[in-house]
Write a protein that binds this ligand. Structure first.
Ligand SMILES: Nc1ncnc2c1ncn2[C@@H]1O[C@H](COP(=O)(O)OP(=O)(O)OP(=O)(O)O)[C@@H](O)[C@H]1O
Ligand SMILES: [Mg+2]
Length: 303
């Protein structure tokens, strides 16, 4: 069974499709990275999933049941746009109000449980307005975690965080999936960071999912290449181009694709008397993969 299954979901605003017959499958226990350029329909899809917007058409199933089923709705927690907290109230008071809204029993215990998950037990009495951006995002996640949801929908929870904030968020999200078996749907433009935690990816463009793949599939598609910096870049480029199948100049580097054996590349250069300044093995990351995919699609559309 999948946590989310969407078929042909559509939503238009003033006759323009924001979500256009979108199909998407999020397996149970996944951290599903939802990627796409500004205005591609990520937030709208998430709002539809949460019932904040009414779709024009299509089908949404959560845990195998229709998404409007009340038994299923209580299993969904979400952070979309902002935490919706009262700035003058403390973190504890905000969480308490949400517990009351949700009709939760043992509210005090539940608040302590979620504060522990987001590493904010010490900050319960801090006013929301005094929180840093990173803390506010964590309070938002704590709000979404109240009632122990099986699915967490997070719209850009890591954008704008510093390195430490990102690391804490990474740990929190990994904990949630590993310890609580929660499934996470997360959108972000910070691809390098998303890549460290996502188990699956869905790439959306103009309201449609254009590609869905697991992190393993992504890994196996990722091109391996060796970057070289030599003193005489022009000479080194000519030599390598004559020796290897796919050699490209990218910015300050030469890239030799599909060759992992850095030693053979180095000895080719050294035998010809080249001075090597740097040589290292690389793999295309999510960021480059995404950029290449998008530029390919652009060409297709312009044809
Ligand atoms: N309430 C609304 N009324 C009118 N148009 C809307 C509304 N909400 C979204 N749209 C439009 O729908 C499209 C998709 O917007 P959406 O916010 O879902 O994109 P997004 O992928 O979340 O973008 P971003 O990365 O900037 O957050 C955009 O063209 C946007 O202008
Ligand atoms: Mg958005």
């Amino acid at each position: 069974m999948n946590a989310i299954e969407i078929k042909n979901l559509s939503k238009s605003f003033r006759g323009m499709y924001a979500v256009d017959h979108l199909c998407m499958t999020v397996p149970m226990g996944a951290i599903y990275g939802f990627i796409g350029e500004n205005g591609s329909g990520k937030s709208t899809t998430m709002k539809l999933l949460c019932g904040h917007l009414v779709p024009d058409g299509g089908e949404i199933k959560l845990f195998g049941r229709d998404y409007t089923d009340p038994g299923v709705r209580v299993r969904v927690g979400a952070l979309i746009e902002n935490a919706g907290c009262f700035p003058g109230s403390s973190i504890y008071q905000n969480l308490m109000m949400q517990c009351i809204n949700l009709g939760l029993e043992n509210a005090d215990e539940e608040i302590m449980r979620v504060l522990k998950i987001v590493r904010m037990e010490e900050n319960a009495n801090l006013k929301f307005k005094s929180c840093s951006l990173g803390m506010k995002q964590r309070v938002g996640i704590a709000m979404a975690l109240l009632g122990n949801p099986a699915l967490l929908i997070l719209d850009e929870p890591i954008n704008g965080l510093d390195t430490d904030g990102m690391r804490i968020m990474r740990e929190i999200l990994t904990d949630i999936t590993k310890e609580y078996g929660c499934t996470v749907l997360i959108s972000s433009h910070v691809l390098g960071e998303l890549e460290k935690i996502a188990t699956h990816y869905g790439i959306i463009r103009r309201g449609r999912i254009i590609m869905e793949l697991s992190a393993e599939e992504m890994d196996s598609r990722a091109e391996v290449f060796t970057t070289v910096k030599a003193k005489d870049m022009d000479g080194a480029y000519r030599l390598l181009k004559n020796t290897y199948k796919d050699v490209r100049r990218e910015g300050e580097d030469l890239r030799v694709y599909d060759v992992e054996d850095t030693e053979s590349i180095a000895s080719t250069l050294l035998r010809a008397g080249h001075e090597i300044l740097e040589i290292k093995k690389n793999k295309i990351g999510l960021e480059e993969y995404y950029v290449e995919l998008m530029s390919g699609k652009e060409d297709e559309n312009n044809d």
